[in-house]
Write a protein that binds this ligand. Structure first.
Ligand SMILES: CC(C)(COP(=O)(O)OP(=O)(O)OC[C@H]1O[C@@H](n2cnc3c(N)ncnc32)[C@H](O)[C@@H]1OP(=O)(O)O)[C@@H](O)C(=O)NCCC(=O)NCCS
Length: 262
C-alpha cells in the first residue's frame, strides 16, 4: 500500500475506515498484513529515537514519527520516545494531548484506546502550603538550593489512566487523583481532585460523578472481556458489536464469538 495522505487525514478520519471501507478480509494473512500497517514501526525508528536526544532535532523527530508511521493513533516510535525520554507509557491507539511530550508527568501510564481532548493539565504534586514559603527553591532539588526534594517528586505519585477513557477539552487532573478507571469520562473543563471510578462520568470543579455509563453487570462483563487488549484488526472483524449501544445480550454474544476464535 502506498498511501501519501498526511497524518492529519489519518487523525481525522481514522486509518482503517479510510483505507478499507469494506473490511471483508478473510484470511489470517490479510489480518496480519493489516495489523502490521496499523502498528507501524518504521525501519528508521532506532535512528529517530537516537536523534531525539538532541533538543533541536526533537520537533523533526516527532514529525517523522507521525509521517512515517501512519499518524498518532499508530506510531510506535512516538510511544517509545515518550517512554524512553519522558517516562510516560501510552497504550495502543490512544491519542490526543497525551501524545505531546511534556503534557504528562513522568510515571504516568495510559491504557489502550483512550481519547484525550486539548489543553490537558496534569499535576502530580502541590507546592507545600503549610511551610513558611511555597516557593520551589525550598523543595525542588533541581533548582540547586536543597540537596534532595523535600516533597515527593512526580514519579512517587504516578497517575494511572485505564483503557478506553475519554477526557474532554480543558481538563486539569490534580495530585489527589491517582487513577482514572477503565471507560471513565471526564467532562470538558473539569478539575479532577479525586480518583475517577471505572465507567463513571465526572464533571465540574471539583469533578463529581454525574452518572455511570452502564449497569454493574455490564461493567463487569466488559472487564471480563478486556476487548481493549485486542489488536484493531481483530476487533474490526466483529465491529458491529462496537458500533451499537451496549446490552448484556450483545456482550455475551461477543464473548462467545471471541471464545470461538481462540
Ligand atoms: C461529559 C459529557 C460527555 C456529558 O454529556 P451527556 O451525557 O450528554 O450529559 P448531559 O449534557 O445530559 O449533562 C448531564 C449533567 O451534567 C452536566 N454537565 C455536562 N457536562 C458538563 C461539564 N463539562 N461540566 C460541568 N457539568 C457538566 C450537565 O449540566 C447536566 O447537569 P444537570 O443534570 O444538572 O442538568 C459532555 O458534557 C462533555 O463534557 N463532553 C466533552 C466534549 C469535549 O471536550 N470534547 C473534546 C473532544 S475529545
Amino acid at each position: 500500500m502506498n498511501d501519501k495522505r498526511s497524518p492529519r487525514t489519518y487523525y481525522e478520519k481514522g486509518l482503517i475506515t479510510d483505507l478499507y471501507p469494506d473490511f471483508h478480509w478473510n484470511s489470517s494473512a490479510e489480518r496480519t498484513a493489516v495489523s502490521k500497517q496499523v502498528r507501524s514501526r518504521h525501519r528508521l525508528s532506532n535512528l529517530i529515537q537516537a536523534a531525539y536526544k538532541y533538543r533541536r532535532l526533537q520537533p523533526l523527530c516527532l514529525r517523522l514519527c507521525l509521517n512515517l508511521e501512519q499518524g498518532p493513533f499508530y506510531s510506535s516510535t512516538l510511544r517509545e520516545i515518550l517512554n524512553k525520554y519522558h517516562g510516560v507509557t501510552i497504550g495502543q491507539y490512544s491519542y490526543g494531548a497525551i501524545l505531546s511530550p511534556g503534557v504528562l508527568p513522568p510515571g504516568t501510564i495510559v491504557g489502550n484506546y483512550c481519547s484525550v481532548g486539548a489543553w490537558l493539565i496534569v499535576h502530580r504534586r502541590n507546592h507545600p502550603t503549610n511551610r513558611l514559603t511555597q516557593h520551589p527553591f525550598f523543595y525542588n532539588r533541581n533548582l540547586g538550593y536543597v540537596s534532595q526534594d523535600t516533597i515527593p517528586v512526580n514519579e512517587q505519585n504516578p497517575l494511572h489512566i485505564g483503557h478506553d477513557v475519554w477526557i474532554g477539552d480543558r481538563v486539569a487532573i490534580l495530585a489527589g487523583c491517582r487513577s482514572v478507571g477503565n471507560g471513565a469520562v471526564i467532562a470538558a473543563g473539569s478539575v479532577v481532585t479525586r480518583d475517577v471510578p471505572e465507567y463513571t462520568i465526572v464533571a465540574g470543579v471539583p469533578a463529581k460523578p454525574i452518572k455511570k455509563r452502564f449497569e454493574e453487570d455490564v461493567i463487569s462483563k466488559l472487564n471480563e472481556l478486556k476487548w481493549w487488549d485486542l489488536e484493531l484488526a481483530r476487533i474490526l472483524e466483529c465491529k458491529d458489536f462496537f458500533v451499537e449501544p451496549v446490552t448484556m445480550e450483545k456482550l455475551v454474544e461477543l464473548q462467545k464469538y471471541f471464545q470461538s476464535q481462540t
